[in-house]
Design a protein around this ligand. Structure first.
Ligand code: GAP
Length: 494
């Protein structure tokens, strides 16, 4: 499946729009539409609930985006947060020097009278055998030697645009956690090991943003800094190494818990040449995106680098008092650092399915119910019957007190089901003639509605009075088959 399929579905169904589209777009920022904002909030909520709320050893934080400029000097971002960049002397386009061979390249082949070809990434021309040396885009211009380009967005704090007022939009949320280490430790009376989790925006002036929301200039991170006593051991191994392994395992399991197939995830260890200067070990969780295996989350052992740097630059002690050993220690840090936008993309791609149902294509997003933007759609079988419409609208209001629920009567029922499948709504509730009866003929309704399950398309009839408890059971994780088994008057799948 190509990225274009996802991009087009996202636009058509209100998940993601190009930022400032009516002005031609920016190409590096995206806006989450009505369904996208629900999906992204659900991803962040699941992350926060599982890490910050459910774990006894983690607390949350929401630090500001603008920080004291010294933070970025201490963290190393002012001096080291750079990418090597080259410019085309002909078309002026700019590329990351280390990613030049990851893109197809334009070639005017001398062996075919200068005909223009697009040669696959990293491969030589099959006609003349040469490899790319010129601009991959225009195929004609020479490239400048690589120059280092700082990825931080500069801005000014206060009304005067002078050097003294320069600061940066944070390029990672992590530093907000490090500079608050002592505040959190003291105010919450914590003991090692413990973690601080944070979700928030980060900004990087990426040279080559792309692949939809995979690499953008404004994005959201979900980061944990987990502080460990470097003098501790667990089963004879240094505690930081054990916790690193535990976090890798936990984060792998998290993506699978919310529906990502195990075969679409893999771990990639950074080799020593690739390791950041502060890292003892880093492992990336990679996902099989449409453009290939790429980083979804990085899990680094940052040692005591950050706390030591901030202690040195601020002159404040950032240590933990180890009661047992009667000594101050600078904790080591394990950092599971995930992207909210990349997670949304991975969940979207993994949920996408095309099936054939009675000779027609059915597109569905098999979202985990916790992530689905809409949980229940209430649909009237006949929109001309005011009693059916009124019952359906009342039901939607009642269900909406518990779960995100929508009402739709803008098409025939089969079409409405397909629309909900395509946005991943796990359940549809249909109100029909049987539900309300016929007042003119004096026939009472049975006050039952149909619940249709998205993946199996199975349907059961349930008394309206039981709807909330049934959905509560389902959204608490009960298997559809177990619930359906108790409601035998099922209908044909639709
Ligand atoms: N504090 C460590 C840190 O920021 P990183 O590997 O640079 O590490 C962590 O970023 C995660 O943030 C990545 O795995 C990715 O999910 C997300 N991320 C980084 N740059 C991004 C970008 N330009 N667009 C979208 N997500 C990005």
């Amino acid at each position: 499946m190509s990225m274009d399929v996802i991009v087009s579905l996202c636009k058509r169904r209100g998940f993601v729009f190009q930022s400032s589209e009516i002005y031609g777009g920016t190409g590096s920022c995206w806006d989450y539409g009505p369904l996208g904002v629900e999906l992204k909030n659900n991803v962040k909520r699941a992350w926060w609930r599982d890490n910050v709320h459910r774990r006894p050893d983690l607390v949350g934080l929401d630090a500001s985006i603008l920080m004291h400029p010294a933070v970025w000097k201490a963290s190393g971002h002012v001096d080291h947060f750079t990418d090597p960049m080259v410019d085309c002397k002909a078309c002026q386009r700019r590329f990351r020097a280390d990613q030049l061979d990851e893109r197809p390249w334009t070639h005017y082949c001398p062996a075919t009278k200068g005909n223009k070809f697009e040669v696959p990434a990293g491969e030589p021309c099959t006609h003349c055998g040469v490899r790319r040396t010129l601009c991959p885009e225009c195929g004609r211009g020479e490239l400048t030697p690589p120059r280092q380009f700082n990825l931080m967005f500069k801005t000014f704090m206060g009304p005067v645009e002078e050097d003294a007022a320069v600061t940066y939009l944070r390029p990672e949320t992590a530093q907000g956690i490090f500079v608050n280490f002592d505040n959190v430790l003291q105010s919450m009376r914590l003991k090692l090991p413990f973690g601080i989790g944070q979700i928030g925006k980060a900004f990087r002036n990426e040279i080559t943003p792309g692949n939809f929301v995979f690499r953008t200039r404004e994005f959201e991170q979900m980061e944990i800094e987990f502080f460990v006593n470097p003098n501790d051991t667990i089963d004879g191994r240094p505690a930081d190494e054990v916790w690193h392994d535990r976090w890798i395992e936990e984060r792998f399991a998290w993506y699978q818990r919310y529906g990502i197939r195990a075969e679409h995830l893999r771990l990639r260890e950074h080799d020593t040449s690739e390791l950041a200067h502060y890292a003892k070990r880093t492992a990336d969780i990679e996902y099989k995106f449409p453009m290939g295996w790429s980083e979804l989350e990085g899990i680094a052992n940052r040692t005591d680098f950050d706390l030591k740097q901030h202690a040195q630059f601020s002159g404040k002690s950032l240590t933990f008092f180890d009661e047992e050993r009667k000594t101050h220690v600078v904790p080591y840090v394990i950092e599971p650092s995930a992207g909210a936008d990349r997670s949304v993309l991975a969940f979207l791609v993994d949920a996408y399915r095309e099936e054939e149902v009675r000779g027609e294509k059915r597109v569905l997003l098999r979202f985990h119910p916790d992530l689905a933007p809409v949980k229940i759609a209430v649909l009237p079988l006949l929109k001309k019957r005011s009693d059916i419409v009124a019952t359906a609208q009342t039901l939607r209001s009642e269900l909406a007190r518990h779960w995100v629920s929508v009402y739709d009567d803008t098409a025939a029922i089969g079409r409405l089901y397909r629309r909900q499948d395509e946005v991943g709504t796990p359940y549809c509730v249909t109100v029909d003639v049987q539900t309300v009866g016929d007042a003119e003929k004096g026939e009472p309704g049975d006050r039952k509605v149909t619940i249709r399950e998205r993946d199996s398309m199975d349907q059961i009839r349930v008394p309206i009075a039981e709807l909330v408890p049934v959905f509560r059971e389902l959204f608490d994780g009960a298997a559809w088959s177990a619930v359906a088994g108790r409601h035998p008057d099922a209908k044909a799948a639709n």
